[in-house]
Design a protein around this ligand. Sequence first.
Ligand code: ADP
Length: 543
Amino acid sequence: MQARSGAPDARALQHFFDHAARILGEANVSRDHQHGALKGPQGEESYGDPFSTTATHQPGGAVRPHTVEEVQDIVKLANAYRVALWTVSRGKNLGYGGSSPVVEGTVVLDLQRMNKIIEVNEEYGYAVVEPGVSFFDLYEEIQRQGLNLWPSVPAIGWGSVLGNTVDRGLGYTPNGEHSQSQCGMEVVLPNGDILRTGSGAMKDNKTFPLYKGFNSGFGPSLDGLFFQSNLGIVTKLGIHITPAPEAYATVEVSVPREEDLVPLIGTLSDLMRRSIILNSPSIANIFRIALTSKVPEVHAKLAQYMKPGSNVPADVLEEIRVQQGWGYWRAYFSLYGSVEMLPALQKTIQRAFSAIPGSQVEWREFPGTPGSFITAAEIKEEEIPHSGIPTLAPLGIVDSRQQKGGGHICFSPVLPPSGRELYDWYLTAKQRTIDAKFDFFADFHVYPRYVIAIELVIYTLDEEEAIKDLYSNLLHDASDQGYMEYRTHVSYMDDVASKLDFNESAFRRFTSLLKDTVDPNGVLSPGKSGIWNSAVLPLRSSP
Ligand code: ADP
């Protein structure tokens, strides 16, 4: 069988590995999936999805190049032997499949060894990184150099800056929408050629990591072709970084009733459209507030219900909420400004939320000193990394269903920002989740013109079948309501892509045309985001 239609022929694979070992050294070739990956949540070093026990998406081994030239050589080999590669940068991608490919048997192209921070520029606020650079690496380098920069990090900091960005991941500083902060890319194409986007298209151009234009460069923007895609391997990436502010305050806004979600979201997105709030507020529901609290009796109460086949009843959550004096929803965001600006921003926030009866606003304030900038050492740590201090703390939640080594999956639709549409969707999704005997954990991210409503569901590994049913119900419900996901797990990429049905799936037909043109042998990440060569697409397009 050829790479384009599934797992490669066993002999071709062996020849590919032999040849790859001559280029990379045997130590950088894994002939099965069981070793060589960066350590996972339980310390394991195998490739695949740490949150799954099924073999459906098991990789057929891995190769770990160190240089761009080695990546080019490996891609040429893949074409010669018709072996498909699944590109990962650090392969974390928790909740979306880890380093699992769509097609079982695909070889992971693991870029963890390409871990150079090529440049960090304090004056203009950007960095240029290779794929293996983690959020911890970038943060630590900034601390080492003592730079006044707050790099954005997602909830868990061990992933790749580049990998997370090209998969449209989210962080928490004003540059936290990583795909929007990307500026300049270097890409190895499926034929081994190499391309730079934006200003980088010109050799030695001085604005490669600076000028985004209307997405980047002169003429059409090519950068977008390499987000959530399989048209190239990104080997360098420019990323804009928020300067450390002079004055800073973290803010938590709590509202008491479930239906207060509507004005909460509406107020937050309005404040974002007016550039009062600069980073994306994230919103937790009472279940998440309780689960992530540090109150032992609350944990003891939850533990009575959080086990396979069972969830925490609404009246128990309400009892906890009232006893602790918590809101039903809590929004987390921060204010970034100058010494003079901060008090005015705080007053504006107070006034805006006073319109929601029973709302409470809490601050952690860093009023600052004129002319100096707030440092990570002053902040120490944060529940949500609004100042860019990376953490691994949230990893623990997967063990909370009375079993070590559970998992979580994220369902992530994009909705309009008024709060009204979100509330309707939320009520349907919550009921689905309760019916399936799981708990609804909200991680909603507000932007000026949309909300990315991440529902995170925690499960134990023997609940995988139930979680699959729930996920596909959530997917169908949301698409019936007119919404699609911003990102999905490898198991659902075809399902999400099959909902892109305008004009007889013109979008899918076009990406397939591009795929045939740039990757005729289908060697790069087959099936990523539902993109296939045209010979395979009809087989994968069932509604
Ligand atoms: P992280 O470790 O930050 O979670 P991953 O390395 O797992 O990120 O990457 C997430 C996804 O992004 C991968 O599954 C892959 O589809 C895509 N990706 C990662 N790195 C690259 C890259 N260098 N070029 C193209 N796509 C990539």
